[in-house]
Design a protein around this ligand. Structure first.
Ligand SMILES: [Zn+2]
Length: 107
């Protein structure tokens, strides 16, 4: 399996520097569910087409939209390390579409 680990500071997922070099201030990092699908952050509004609902169990992940590596927030927050949980395909399919929706809403 994948033994890659990203650089992270202070147990804070927003400080992740992805294995590929991406950061929040570069291409951004996106909150995702346990399938790597970007989630809708608005708690009281309808979920836009293409995005996943906010996970009921709060099991959030952080998706790097540049390379598709996904980090599990709970691991980062508990251990202060950011092992790659899994990878998704960000170039095609539903996750690529969800990333487009995410940026269109947050632009
Ligand atoms: Zn990356």
């Amino acid at each position: 399996m994948d033994a890659e680990t990203a650089v992270v500071t202070g147990h804070d997922v927003t400080t992740i520097t992805c294995v590929c070099g991406n950061t929040v201030s570069q291409d951004g990092l996106i909150q995702a569910n346990s399938d790597g699908v970007p989630v809708h952050a608005g708690a009281n509004t309808a979920v836009p087409a293409g995005l996943a609902e906010w996970p009921a169990d709060e099991d959030l992940h952080t998706l790097c939209p540049a390379c598709g590596r996904v980090y599990r927030d709970a691991i980062v927050e508990e251990t202060g390390t950011a092992p790659v949980a899994f990878r998704v395909d960000v170039t095609a399919g539903p996750i690529a579409e969800a990333i487009r929706v995410h940026w269109s809403l947050s632009a």
